[in-house]
Design a protein around this ligand. Structure first.
Ligand code: HAS
Ligand code: CU
Length: 562
């Protein structure tokens, strides 16, 4: 039976969540190409340099916050319904959707308000050019922060719907192991609950009152710290859904089965434990945080590589198993026996391949001393376009080719565009991110419309600055084409009539080593959450306490003389 016929209500919810995600993707991608052409100087006719930052904020917020959150909500909704075999509690799940949508509209309106020169509302200019990391001292209209808060609150409510489904399922199946997909969703949500506390406190206690004029000052160090307490785990909130796809769906697409259910559970538990006590690796250059605590964050970050390295092993082994099931022989020639012409498979594999590169640039970011070389350079956007911009985004697009038919009952349309699309993305990203990394090594800054300032001459370490600039522009343009191709396929599929039987279904094959091989303690959420909290207290307790002690709104320390 097709998923949409088994779970019509849940399918409607997933469709709505995907729809918002796809609209955000379209506008975000458009902003992306505008700014890539602008900052490389290839074409500056779309916006002025002053508006560049508004476009950049829109690009980051719509893609990294809205596209991701709504797509993940849709994927998780499908995964929980599929693996627990039930409709999700509709009232809670739909409330989550509407809360998140209201937040998105508020945030989007305040960003676009800045672009069109909207009149002031509530005594403040309607604008938000504070970038997607939105910490102080840059200030946006209160509507932006209220919108961001609502998106987060909505995601909390969505999590409630997943947990409620588990409790219902549990009362009917008291002794069974939590199905793997649901296990992955719930572990991700627990990590999300623990980590979003930071940004919730930042926004509700500081940024909203400050932007409303109720308090005059905020402490940038304290609010940045609260932001990054959330700002690192959020990247795993993007990555873990991609892993859910790579672990549970990709082996099936390769014609095989997941290598090990226990290893998959260990990986997700490791993320719950270690995702949060590492946030200082975004603040290595911030004064006011003792080096010892930066060192603790660096050590934890290096441990946090482990679950991804385990994933590389397990996922590749599962795909290889699939290839061998299809008759492959030889050490590497099995790679040829894979369905590279199927867009869902090819997209996930190319996303994985690029993530291997993004993971390595992440290791360089994480080293406390080498970080000084690349921090605030365009190397960092190079890194995150491989991770969130490909490991997540390309996986999301690829799996839509497989999932959207099942939540609509309609066959995928425009197959030849779909087949080509992951390769276009891959080539565009390879060109753009490689040049961004090299440009970062040459010292070219990120987040600026005028990277050369007053004609400052950067010296390329590998390649010339002019060549890198052109590659960033060409790569950015190809990515825009890739996003447009994806949206054409989706629009045509969603608008088509239903007809014919689907060749895909949501059944997930049993892993080679199943849940019965994994120790029951892995499913003990209380234990893992308690340890996660303990690690956070050790990593964050003393530095946070001292930031609070020196004055909550205005630190007592004198400004650094220049
Ligand atoms: Fe990062 C900055 C460190 C992972 C996103 N990161 C960012 C920012 C973003 C971001 C958005 O330590 C910028 C924030 C801002 O605006 O300032 N990052 C890391 C480390 C990892 C890492 C150590 N990042 C991610 C992921 C992201 C993401 C995942 C989004 C989804 N990152 C940093 C640091 C900074 C940073 C510093 C601050 C830099 C600064 O100075 O500002 C690790 O988790 C990476 C581990 C990954 C691996 C790769 C394993 C390989 C796999 C591939 C399997 C292959 C397959 C296919 C399936 C070790 C799993 C095979 C195919 C065949 C053909 C065989
Ligand atoms: Cu990080």
């Amino acid at each position: 039976m097709v998923f949409v016929d088994s779970y019509p209500k849940t399918s409607k919810l997933v469709r709505s969540e995907f729809l918002v995600a796809f609209v955000a993707l379209g506008i975000g991608a458009l902003f992306g190409v505008v700014q890539a052409l602008h900052r490389t100087g290839v074409f500056r006719g779309f916006v002025s340099s002053a508006d560049y930052y508004t476009i950049l904020t829109g690009h980051g917020v719509l893609l990294a916050l809205v596209f991701t959150t709504f797509f993940i909500a849709g994927l998780f909704t499908w995964a929980v319904a599929n693996s627990l075999e039930r409709e999700l509690p509709q009232r809670i799940a739909w409330s989550a959707f509407w809360i998140m949508l209201t937040g998105t509209v508020l945030a989007a309106v305040s960003i676009i308000g800045g672009l069109v020169g909207a009149p002031s509302i509530l005594g403040h200019d309607l604008k938000a050019d504070v970038l997607f990391t939105f910490y102080a001292p840059m200030k946006a209209h209160p509507a932006f922060y209220i919108g961001a808060a609502l998106i987060i609150v909505g995601s909390w409510v969505a999590g409630l719907a997943y947990f409620k489904s588990l409790w219902e399922w549990r009362s009917e199946n008291p002794d069974e192991r939590i199905p793997l997909q649901t296990f992955m969703v719930l572990t991700t949500m627990l990590m999300w609950y623990v980590s979003t506390i930071g940004v919730a406190v930042e926004v509700v206690a500081f940024l909203i009152p400050w932007s409303l004029g109720l308090i005059q000052n905020v402490d940038p160090l304290l609010t940045r710290t609260l932001f990054w307490y959330f700002g690192h785990p959020v990247v795993y909130f993007w990555l873990m859904p991609a892993y859910l796809v790579w672990y549970t769906i990709l082996p099936k697409l390769a014609g095989g089965r997941l290598f090990s259910d226990p290893l998959a559970r260990v990986v997700f538990v490791a993320f719950l434990l270690l995702s949060t006590p590492v946030g200082f690796h975004h603040q290595y250059t911030d004064p006011g945080i003792p080096s010892g605590y930066k060192f603790i964050a660096m050590t934890n970050t290096m441990f946090l590589l482990l679950p991804s390295l385990l994933t590389a092993f397990t996922v590749v082994a599962s795909v290889e198993h699939g290839a061998r099931q299809r008759g492959a022989k030889g050490y590497l020639s099995w790679l040829r026996n894979l369905p590279w012409g199927k867009p869902a498979f090819a997209g996930c594999m190319l996303a994985g391949l690029m993530f291997a590169a993004g993971g390595f640039s992440g290791m360089i970011n994480a080293g406390m001393n080498i970080n000084y070389l690349i921090h605030n350079t365009i190397w960092v956007p190079g890194h995150f376009h491989l991770t969130v911009g490909t490991a997540f985004a390309l996986t999301a697009m690829a799996i839509s080719y497989w999932l959207v038919p099942q939540i609509t009952g309609k066959k995928l349309r425009q197959r030849s565009i779909a087949t080509l699309q992951p390769y276009v993305w891959f080539v565009g990203m390879a060109v753009m991110s490689n040049a961004m990394h090299r440009a970062g090594l040459a010292g070219i800054p990120r987040r600026t419309a005028e990277p050369t300032y007053d004609e400052f001459a950067f010296e390329g370490v590998a390649g010339t600055v002019g060549e890198m600039r052109i590659q960033i522009a060409i790569g950015g343009f190809l990515l825009f084409v890739g996003a447009a191709m994806f949206l054409i396929v989706m629009a045509d599929t969603l608008l088509a009539r239903r007809g014919g039987t689907l060749s895909v279904n949501s059944n997930i094959p049993e892993p080679l080593s199943g849940a019965d091989h994994s120790p029951r303690i892995l499913d003990n959420y209380k234990l893992w959450t308690a340890i996660a909290l303990l690690l956070i207290v050790i990593a964050y307790g003393p530095p946070l306490a001292s930031m609070v002690a020196d004055g909550l709104f205005a630190p007592g320390s004198p400004p650094i003389p220049v």
